[in-house]
Design a protein around this ligand. Sequence first.
Ligand code: MG
Length: 158
Amino acid sequence: MLRIGHGMDVHRLVEGRKLILCGVEVPHTLGLLGHSDADVATHALMDALLGAAALGDIGKLFPDTDIQYKGADSIGLLRVVMRRLKEKGYRPVNADVTIVAQKPKLRPYIDAMRARLAEAMELEVELVNVKATTTEHMGFEGKEKGMSAHAVCLIETL
Ligand code: MG
């Protein structure tokens, strides 16, 4: 059986934080603010996977009141999500992630992002897509106040 899932996330951009997207550190003057490493793209992907399996969301799985998730590597959290999926008898089929950011240019990092996610999801890199778009300077992403990300995935029964 195939199931579909969708996830989206938003984080604020601030000075003095690293910018981590899909587990890849991207050089930039601003970084995303959050309890974990604030990897907005990996968060959207985890919510898509959890959504497909009807396992709730990352807020339920990793409460931001829990000290053990402070500064957490989101790729590590993605591995936990993968274990939860496996326990419920599912594996991912493919995933597609969209990052919404005005700056910086993400194209040079896309292949590294795909590789990072694919490895954590135990998928061929060809089954994981990452893309980025600006909002033509409109809205909070366009004004560089924050970034958002969307993800969809298919999962199947083991
Ligand atoms: Mg988040």
